[in-house]
Each structure stands twice: as C-alpha cells, then as structure tokens.
Design a protein around this ligand. Structure first.
Ligand code: SF4
Ligand code: SF4
Length: 426
C-alpha cells in the first residue's frame, strides 16, 4: 500500500466547500494543535490515536461518512447533548457533532446575527456561511434544540440554508415536562423514520443503547483515573477525547478509549503522572468547548495547574449517566432514553440545582483545589448561573475563578495572568 498522502480535495469540492477558505482553516488548526498538544510531555501512548484522528479531521473520517452516505445511509448533525444519539443510530444513521470552536467568516455572520452573540453560535454559523465544515455538508439533517434564545433563533436562519429539525426542550424538569419531552423524542423517531426510510426495532434500539453506553463507560474509566495524584493524563487530552467522541465511529472510538483507560489505570497503579504530585487540581465548569477550543485548558496546564474534571457538555455531562438498558418494552426503552437526556444539567434549565450538586460532589471526589467557571461572552444562561456556582463554591470553602471569554486569542495574556494568580493563591 502506498503511503502517499490522499488527495481529499475532489471530495471537499463535491461537498461544496470553499477550498481556499478551507485551506485557511486547516492551516490555522494544525499549528494550534501542535502548540497545545504535541508540546506536552509524558502523554500516555494511547493519545496517539487522537493525534491521528486530528491529523485526519477533515480527511479519513469525512471519507468514511461520505462512503456511508453513498451506500444509501444517512448522517445527522447535532449541536447539543439533548439530541439522543441512540435514537439516530437505531435508525441506521450516524450522528456527528457540529458545534464549532473557532472564529470563522465573522464578517458574514455579523450581517445576519448581532455582534453580541456568543462565540459558539457565531462559529457554527460562520462555518456554514464560509463553507468550511465538511461535517455540516455531510449531514442530511441537522437536529437543533430549543435551548437558549440565541440558538433557537439561529436555527431559523440555518434552516434557510440546510435541512433542519428543531426539538422543543422544556425549561423545567417537572413530571409534566418529562411527559412533554418523551413526546418530543417520539416526534424525532417519526422524523428519522421519514429521513432514513428505516423503522427502528426493539433490537436496533437495544443495540444502539448498549453501544452508546459502552462509549460513555470507556470515557468514565479515563475520568475516574483523574482522581489520582499524580494525574495520569492531562485535562487537555481528556477534553480532546470527549470532543472526538462527538464525531468518531462509535465502536472504534470506544475500543481506543478502553485501550487508553487500560494504560492510564496502570499509570495510576505505578504512580506515573503527567504533572508532578501535588500540582494544583482544577475543576472546570461551564459552557462546552468544541474543537479547536483548547484555550483555557492550555492556559491552566502551562501555568503549572492540572485540570482533573470538566463539568460541561464536553465533559462529565456527556458521559456521567447511562441510559437504562433494562427496559422490558420498546416504550420503556424510549422513555428511559428521554429521561436520561432530560436529566442533563444545562444552564438553560430553571432552576438548575442539579448542576450545583454535581459540581460540589465532583470537587470532593476529584479532590480539587479550585474551580474555574468558564462562560462565553454574551451567554445569558452560563454567565448568570456563574453567580450561583460562585455562591455554592464559596459556601463550601472552595476557591473559584470566573472567566468570561470568547474564541479569540486576544485575551490569552490577560487570562494567563489571572490563572497564574489564582493557582498561586490555592
Ligand atoms: S450547554 Fe446546554 S445548550 Fe449547550 S450543548 Fe450543552 S446542553 Fe446543549
Ligand atoms: S454558550 Fe450560552 S448563548 Fe451560546 S449557545 Fe450555549 S447556552 Fe446559548
């Protein structure tokens, strides 16, 4: 077999990407990755898989999805944790995460969205308008969700450019909200049946539940090793694993993360770490961080701290709870999925006490020295909820640093100064 690099440009052209803009994006992400990741010392060997996935982020994985679709199957893009991957897979389709973590085509974005929109929304709209995201272009359907107001309204605009279905999400978690959400999940099933031409069976659903739970179990294994001191894997690598979980092939990813878990569990047994024993342990909580958003983790871990857990959608909210595998009927299985997803503690809910409880429990179990609250500017839900997080952290005697930022690199110097002072104070 030849080792000559594969030319993916014909595939990107066929997808309608703007090749020049796409080159500029990949040209920026490569060095960002090299600076943040390859400069780390003592990484577990299992992280080599993530290096490979990142080197092929718009190549091999897109080719796999392309082949999958050309064989008559469907790909579904999602932005949020509330969209149940099990239901998508039980219809023979694959799920890919579309949240984007870089500034792109903001000039075009700001023609249709206010400047003071959070980076996450501006970024995914920029990737669409700038024609640089092959995952978006491989998605036969994009499933949005009525979480925050910015996303809801942005999906209306995205719907003018792409096939979009929006799930309505309750804002509370009472019994009647649960019933409403269960019905919404059943509407999604009808939508996917129409899209794929496949009918979900009890067997396909059971198998999808098991597969996605296995992915979560593998991530949980790695997460639990981060309770050790010294920590066997950096927060940066753990974050990357979760980011990749949103779009990689599920069984392969699970296998590779289980291999990594074997290795980091052995490291814990041998007392091997990526940071010195006694390094200041930080819990990060807040809004999700999508590829290539590694800014906060990079700052903390190059300032001598180590991130031991992420209470965020690219963290524990993604894998800490499993779907019930024991439902006796199809209806029970579907309800089990709906209930598990509604149990995610996003700041779009009111009240959101469950998030406070999760943060405090995690701070204790992962033995953290301090909490870093991360919000994106112009994000009402997380910026406002930071006040409650600060209050419960202070009441529990845990130091907390609140950071509001965006996807630009302009504030890195200022943030580094604040993080260094925080770590020194711990
Ligand atoms: S923070 Fe909330 S809205 Fe954003 S991805 Fe997570 S669950 Fe969805
Ligand atoms: S970061 Fe905040 S404003 Fe932005 S999409 Fe998430 S919840 Fe909405």
């Amino acid at each position: 077999m030849s080792d000559a690099p594969v030319d993916y440009r014909p595939m990107w052209t066929e997808l309608g990407l703007d090749l020049e803009a796409h080159d500029a994006l990949l040209g920026a992400v490569g060095p960002m990755y090299a600076n943040a990741y390859m400069a780390q010392e003592g990484r577990p060997e299992g992280t080599g898989y993530f290096d490979f996935v990142m080197s092929e982020i718009h190549g091999l994985r897109i080719k796999e999805l392309d082949d999958f679709r050309k064989a008559g199957n469907k790909v579904v893009g999602t932005f949020c944790l509330y969209v149940p991957e099990e239901i998508v897979r039980a219809h023979g389709a694959q799920c890919v995460g579309l949240c984007a973590g870089a500034e792109f085509a903001y000039d075009e974005v700001e023609r249709i969205l206010p400047r003071n929109t959070c980076s996450l929304i501006k970024s995914f709209m920029g990737f669409k308008l700038g024609k640089v995201c092959p995952y978006m272009e491989e998605s036969d359907l994009v499933i949005g969700e009525a979480t925050c107001d910015g996303k809801k309204k942005a999906y209306e605009l995205l719907g003018e450019l792409h096939n979009v279905h929006v799930m309505e999400l309750p804002q509370m978690k009472r019994e009647r909200d649960k019933e409403f959400w269960r019905a919404e999940v059943r509407d999604l099933i009808s939508k996917l049946e129409e899209l794929t031409g496949n009918t979900m069976t009890e067997e396909t659903l059971r198998s999808a539940i098991k597969e996605v739970n296995d992915k979560r179990r593998a991530l949980q294994r790695v997460w639990k090793t981060r309770k050790a001191d010294p920590v066997p894997i950096s927060g940066k690598d753990a974050l990357l694993a979760t980011q990749i979980a949103f779009y990689d092939d599920v069984p392969r990813f699970t296998q590779m993360v289980n291999n990594l878990a074997d290795e980091v569990e052995q490291r814990v047994a041998d007392g091997v770490g990526v940071a010195p024993k006694g390094a200041k342990r930080v819990l990060v909580t807040g809004a999700p961080m999508s590829i290539p958003n590694w800014k906060i983790h990079d700052i903390v871990e190059t300032s001598g701290g180590v991130i031991v857990s992420e209470e965020m959608c690219t963290g524990s909210r993604y894998y800490d709870k499993l779907v019930d595998e024991d439902g006796a009927t199809m209806d029970e299985l579907i309800d089990g999925i709906a209930d598990k997803y509604l149990d995610i503690n996003c700041a779009c809910f009111t009240p959101n006490e469950g998030r406070m409880e999760d943060i405090l429990a995690m701070a204790k179990d992962w033995n953290v020295d301090g909490i870093l609250h991360y919000s994106l500017q112009f994000c009402g839900p997380y910026q406002i909820e930071a006040t409650q997080v600060e209050r419960v952290a202070k009441d529990a005697g845990i130091p907390i640093l609140k950071i509001d930022t965006d996807y630009s690199m302009e504030d890195v110097g200022q943030l580094s100064t604040r993080v260094e002072a925080f770590l020194e104070m711990l």
